[in-house]
Design a protein around this ligand. Structure first.
Ligand SMILES: [Zn+2]
Length: 211
């Protein structure tokens, strides 16, 4: 079976930025901010979100700005719109399917004869997880771009990761640490349940451990 990874995005919010003047033409109350949620997809099905990107547009002069190009005055209101924008549940579609399947297998195993074997399976890889571990997620068959996941915290029921933005350069311990640090502001930390973590990190899941 061939697995095909890629990235996609969809607009999850558009709001005006009242009181701000356009940095290009100076017109007041002409700016709107659109928030795009990006996701990793597997066989055209979104697996999980990897971050948000906000784009401002001036209705008067059509200037479009995003990322580091956003003027200082835009940043706080843009961040507010971005924080309000919810990631749609369908961006987790594949993980939800896998999670539901794992829960089903778990339930069958729990109540059936294979009780011990099935119940132990997701917990085994979960318990072995440690903060500081890095995973590489190839977003295309060529391996470029790729995304890094850095485990920040492991609790009895969740693994938390910082997810980097898509990367293209060579991977080293230093570049990995830098990319994950840069991603915290835009992507935040993402929690995985035991079933999701098991599905993501066990072949043919998308997460490959980097040492
Ligand atoms: Zn303008």
């Amino acid at each position: 079976m061939i697995f095909f990874y890629g990235t996609g995005s969809s607009c999850v919010a558009t709001e005006p930025l009242p009181g701000l003047a356009c940095a290009h033409c100076g017109t007041r109350d002409s700016l709107t901010c659109s928030v795009f949620s990006r996701y990793l997809k597997l066989m055209f099905l979104p697996v999980f979100p990897i971050g948000k990107r906000s784009v401002t547009v001036c209705r008067h002069c059509q200037q479009t700005l995003t990322g580091k190009a956003l003027p200082e005055a835009y940043r706080a209101p843009v961040q507010a719109v971005q924080s309000r924008a919810r990631t749609p549940i369908f961006h987790f579609a594949a993980l939800l399917l896998v999670g539901a399947l794992a829960a089903f297998i778990f339930a069958v195993g729990w109540f059936g004869p294979a009780r011990m074997a099935s119940a132990a399976l997701p917990q085994a890889s979960f318990a072995a997880e440690t903060a500081g571990a890095h995973y590489r997620i190839d977003a295309a068959p060529s391996g470029v771009p790729y995304i890094l996941a850095g485990v920040t915290r492991v609790t009895p029921d969740s693994v938390y990761c910082n997810m980097s933005n898509p990367l293209r350069g060579p991977l080293s311990a230093a570049s990995a640490a830098q990319a994950l640090r840069d991603s915290v502001a835009s992507n935040g930390a993402r929690g995985f349940t035991a079933a999701e973590w098991h599905a993501a990190t066990t072949a043919p899941g998308p997460f490959k451990r980097v040492d």
